[in-house]
Design a protein around this ligand. Structure first.
Ligand SMILES: NC(=O)c1ccc[n+]([C@@H]2O[C@H](COP(=O)([O-])OP(=O)(O)OC[C@H]3O[C@@H](n4cnc5c(N)ncnc54)[C@H](OP(=O)(O)O)[C@@H]3O)[C@@H](O)[C@H]2O)c1
Length: 252
């Protein structure tokens, strides 16, 4: 397969790139800083493109260069940006960056990729959203709202692209142990419920992709907890989430 991953310079995206390269596939990744990728992977033929997913023309050029006229089988949009305005206060730059990377970056990736898939009438688009997007309540963060939009956009693209043989999967992970999650939590993930290693997350994501699932929510315990919370009245959910936030802030 020809596989391209946005946000493949670290974390979940890089772990997915390693998985596909180790399984004999041709893999390309992009990010703003490709120097983060270890040399062994580049030697193993990983093709890395330094770009910002907000610039669609750069993304399209990278994909054209990667495919060299061949078919693109799989695109995984993993590029993401996180900032918690509830803990840190609102910040214009951080919030617009979340919308640019998490929402426009995903659409740019899907649009650039489908241009490389249409002519063969097959392909698979995947977005790494978040389990937090299951919760629709007024006090949710901009991050959660942007990830909720990812899932909604996957639904829309799935319907629109089905006649062209293109599948769309929305991936909704719970906590995954990445350097980014650690840096956001002072390197202490002991309070993160149902935490998975990157390796475990990759096994679940790649299995869902292979089975062409529409949506994958994991780990199961997190899925059940979020599903339960999501049926509560919004006022009660807001109250529970505020208490949980205050508790988390006291622990820091
Ligand atoms: N870790 C978790 O617990 C968790 C849970 C649920 C969902 N997720 C989602 O999973 C995805 C990966 O998260 P992660 O924890 O693996 O974090 P990460 O290591 O920070 O990965 C984010 C990736 O996005 C890239 N990126 C960010 N802004 C970009 C931009 N403007 N243009 C191009 N690339 C950009 C980063 O590369 P550069 O810095 O090189 O640009 C990096 O490769 C994110 O979408 C996140 O929301 C993570």
């Amino acid at each position: 397969m020809n596989v391209f991953i946005t946000g493949g310079t670290s974390g979940i995206g890089l772990a997915l790139a390693e998985y596909y390269i180790n399984n004999g596939h041709k893999v390309g990744v992009c990010g703003r800083d490709i120097s983060k990728i270890n040399a062994a992977l580049i030697e193993a033929q990983l093709q890395a493109y330094q770009l910002d997913v907000y610039t669609k023309t750069d993304l399209q050029s990278a994909l054209n260069n990667f495919c060299q006229g061949e078919h693109l089988d799989l695109l995984i949009a993993s590029a993401g940006h996180y900032y918690n305005e509830l803990s840190n206060g609102p910040d214009y730059e951080e919030c617009t960056n979340m919308l640019k990377v998490n929402m426009i970056g995903m659409i740019n990736a899907f649009e650039a990729a489908r241009a490389c898939m249409h002519r063969n009438k097959k392909g698979h688009l995947v977005s790494i959203a978040s389990v937090s997007s299951l919760l629709d309540y007024p006090k949710a963060t901009v991050y959660t709202k942007s990830k909720r939009a990812n899932v909604q956009m996957c639904d829309a693209y799935r319907t629109a692209l089905a006649p062209f043989g293109i599948w769309v999967t929305a991936v909704m992970p719970g906590y995954v142990d990445t350097l980014k999650l650690r840096s956001l939590n002072n390197n202490d993930l002991s309070k993160k419920m149902f935490l998975l290693s990157c390796h475990e997350a990759v096994a679940i994501i790649t299995n869902a992709i292979e089975k062409k699932k529409d949506v994958i929510i994991f780990p199961p315990k997190m899925k059940y907890l979020m599903t339960f919370l999501s049926v509560l009245p919004k006022w009660l959910l807001s109250l529970i989430m505020s208490k949980q936030k205050q508790h988390a802030c006291r622990q820091q």
